[in-house]
Design a protein around this ligand. Structure first.
Ligand code: PLP
Length: 378
């Protein structure tokens, strides 16, 4: 029997569901022609606020710029430290270094892959000793699960720092009744096509509560313009969200709640099918993940062998992340908490991610589960 190829993420299946609506939305933009900051951008921002409860939702060019704009709004500068995990996508720390400040790497929890507040406290004490000024913390909602904010918030508040949530993978998730977008001083997300809420190109958003920060970020994303458009009052960038992407995202956001439910059903089936042979991800009590990735650990089996055997069976996998940032060429000179980040190093050796999207069919998932069980038993 030849199987229909299994996709790691199935964007065509999603497109089939909403194609008529997306086609019509694109045609509306082509008809009115307001490609930059057209009406769909404001409509999408309003829909985002309605969805997550943020006071201000600001569309922007991508997730990396979303993070950068937040840091620029806080006036981040050289000599300041920003604490963030090392086990994350490069953009989390890249934006800090790009502004000349110091990313300070912190370890994570073994079972949630998210920031460990004990390691954060250690890093803070060291940074003070090293004479760095403490600016803020970027917590990452890795693989779609919110970081443990009740444990992180008091540490951040005690030091008078700001908290920026990198929800590039976690937008749509809930932490004990609070949706991402309403936690911390600022939240950044990405609409890169492969993220849980993805555009047909690049896109991102920022969520803030403070009116002043909202006004500054809206100025920064059009070159720092003031109330008089030809009087630029600060150094900014081109950071706008395209009208076309906003029009597409409006249609995708309309089905997002439904997709989050499907992703959680699929994650539960994976947990049930694999929990006895692999280390499966743990979701904190009272939290809902968006499952940007479904990531398991090999429990001592050689990962390369397992992944190669799955490839032979037609099961695509991915490794997020084979190297934590503090081991990478561009980042290895930045400081780390304690004598190293043992958990980040350890999980980077044995994690791999399985196909995860809202349209994964039950028989395909059963086949994936059987294949993973066989690969891990070999
Ligand atoms: C994808 C991602 C980003 C960057 O988003 P882009 O839209 O690709 O710039 C930042 N942080 C994390 C954790 C991500 O996964």
């Amino acid at each position: 029997m030849t199987r229909k190829p299994i996709r790691f993420i199935d964007l065509p299946a999603q497109q089939e569901r909403i194609k008529a609506k997306v086609d019509a939305a694109i045609q509306r933009v082509l008809s009115h022609g307001a490609y930059i900051l057209g009406p769909e951008v404001g409509q999408f921002e309003a829909a985002l606020s309605e969805f997550c409860g943020a006071k201000h939702s600001i569309g922007c060019s991508n997730g990396t710029d979303a993070l950068t704009l937040c840091l620029m709004a806080k006036g981040l500068k050289p000599g300041q430290a920003v604490f963030c995990p090392s086990f994350t996508f490069a953009a989390t720390a890249e934006v800090v270094a790009m502004l000349g400040a110091t990313p300070y790497f912190v370890d994570i929890f073994e079972d949630t892959f998210n920031l460990d507040p004990a390691s954060l406290k250690l890093a803070i004490a060291q940074a003070k000793k090293d004479g760095l000024s403490l600016a803020g913390v970027i917590a990452v909602d890795l693989f779609g699960q919110p970081a443990d904010y009740e444990a992180i918030e008091p540490v951040v508040a005690d030091e008078g720092m700001w908290l920026l949530c990198d929800a590039a993978q976690g937008f749509g998730a809930t932490y004990r009744g609070r949706k991402l977008g309403t936690i911390g001083a600022m939240t950044a997300t990405s609409f890169f096509p492969a993220k849980p809420l993805g555009a047909y190109g690049d896109g991102g958003a920022i969520f803030v509560d403070d009116d002043e920060v909202n006004a500054v970020i809206r100025s920064l994303l059009v070159h720092g313009q003031g109330t008089d458009k030809y009087d630029n009052v600060r150094i900014g960038m081109t950071g706008r969200l395209d009208t076309l992407q906003a029009a597409i995202l409006i249609e995708k956001l309309a089905i997002f709640d439904d997709e989050i439910v499907a992703r959680n059903r699929i994650a539960r089936a994976y947990n049930d099918g694999l929990g006895d042979v692999a280390t499966v991800p743990r979701v904190l009590d009272g939290c809902v993940s968006t499952w940007a990735q479904y990531t398991i650990r090999t429990r001592g089996k050689d990962r390369d062998t397992v992944v190669a055997s799955l490839k032979d069976k037609g099961v695509p996998t991915a490794i997020y992340y084979p190297q934590p940032l503090h081991r990478q060429t561009a980042y290895k000179h930045f400081p780390v908490a304690g004598n190293g980040l043992p958990v980040s190093d350890r999980v980077a050796q044995d994690v791999f991610s399985l196909p995860m999207h809202a349209y994964l069919e039950a028989d395909d998932q059963a086949y994936i589960i059987d294949s993973v069980r066989e690969a891990l038993a070999a």
